[in-house]
Design a protein around this ligand. Structure first.
Ligand code: ATP
Ligand code: MN
Ligand code: MN
Length: 307
């Protein structure tokens, strides 16, 4: 009867315990991906994603009308979020306190999606020690005329440079144009130290290979080069979370890959939700990440001209 049908619809619109409104709303037109599809994606990717995105402040890109329409970047709680999108007060530079958002479980990810979050951006530190980053990220932003081969080669070069300083790193294809080279940190340093290292590291690479790299944001200087965006390593800055969808054409996902796999990839936006779900059944390309114990040693600092 009518009641049973209504019950069935309601069940179908409940994912990870979260009630979805407008489950059939298409959020990515080109793929015909609905809110329900994306909720299922996040429910299944949650375990892998939360290792990197759980328990730390988030910024969200929210697109209430789907990716084609106006999206906005949200850093603070604006009210109206389901309870599983949690809040943590953080003191800002000016001494005021703002509530930031975080999630700890699949319900949190799906609840953010319920609020039309199509991108999850993460801080580089976790809630329990907000002043000590547990990751450093170099976001490679190529000039538009450069091909992906140049970006891949640059990512591998940065991995080698970090390796010579005693730092292991892991590649993430951003779902956009670039690759993020991510180095886990043991939280021994504060933001000031990590930012200083990241800046010096980018400047060192740009000084040594000025035809290849720039370490300043200026687009004019980027011509034919790759901007090593070290500014993601500031307190309050964010970078796209591993396994987050992007609100870009084709519903690409920011995807962790292995260094070997990176070499064979044609672009940074080749993985889509269905591809990523299939990858969850394969070995985790970042399986070594959680076991890395490293920090900015004297050797690392002196290698970039600090201390
Ligand atoms: P691509 O590979 O295409 O460069 P990306 O994720 O690295 O993709 P960037 O433009 O290099 O994109 O980085 C933008 C970063 O700036 C994001 O990671 C985001 O966390 C941060 N950010 C800060 N403010 C905003 C904002 N208002 N809108 C979008 N991103 C913002
Ligand atoms: Mn980038
Ligand atoms: Mn950037």
């Amino acid at each position: 009867g009518k009641g049973a049908a209504a019950m069935t619809n309601d069940d179908a619109a409940r994912v990870a315990g979260v009630r979805l409104t407008h489950p059939d709303r298409v959020l990515f037109e080109s793929q015909g991906l609905t809110k329900r599809d994306l909720a299922h994606y996040y429910e299944r990717a949650a375990e892998r994603m939360l290792v990197y995105a759980g328990g730390r402040p988030l910024s969200l890109v929210r697109c209430p009308q789907g990716r084609q329409k106006a999206c906005f970047f949200q850093k603070h709680d604006s009210g109206g979020f389901p309870e599983s999108v949690r809040k943590i007060p953080i003191t800002e530079k000016d001494g005021s306190t703002e509530d930031y958002l975080y999630v700890s479980d699949a319900a949190g990810l799906v609840s953010a999606l319920q609020m039309n979050a199509l991108e999850f951006h993460i801080w580089g530190s976790r809630n329990d020690r907000i002043e000590n980053p547990d990751r450093m990220v170099f976001d490679l932003d190529p000039d538009e005329e450069l091909g992906f081969d140049a970006v891949k080669a640059a990512a591998i070069d940065l991995k080698d440079r970090l390796g010579r300083l005693g730092l292991d790193s892991f590649p993430l294809v951003s779902g956009g144009k670039g690759v993020h080279v991510v180095a886990p940190l043991s939280r021994r340093q504060d933001w000031t130290s990590v930012k200083a290292f990241a800046r010096a590291f980018a400047n060192t690479a740009a000084d040594e290979e000025p035809q290849r790299y720039v370490a300043t944001m200026s687009k004019a200087k980027r011509k034919g080069r790759i901007f090593i965006d070290w500014l993601r390593n500031e307190r309050g800055s964010t970078a796209i979370a591993p396994y987050s969808t992007r609100s870009r054409q084709g519903a690409p996902v920011a995807t962790p890959v292995s260094w070997e796999e990176l070499e064979g990839l044609a672009a940074a936006n080749v993985f889509h939700p269905a591809d990523v779900l299939a990858r969850l059944d394969q070995p985790d390309p970042w399986s070594d990440y959680a076991g890395v114990r490293q920090s900015l040693t004297k050797k690392a600092l002196s290698g970039v001209g600090l201390a």
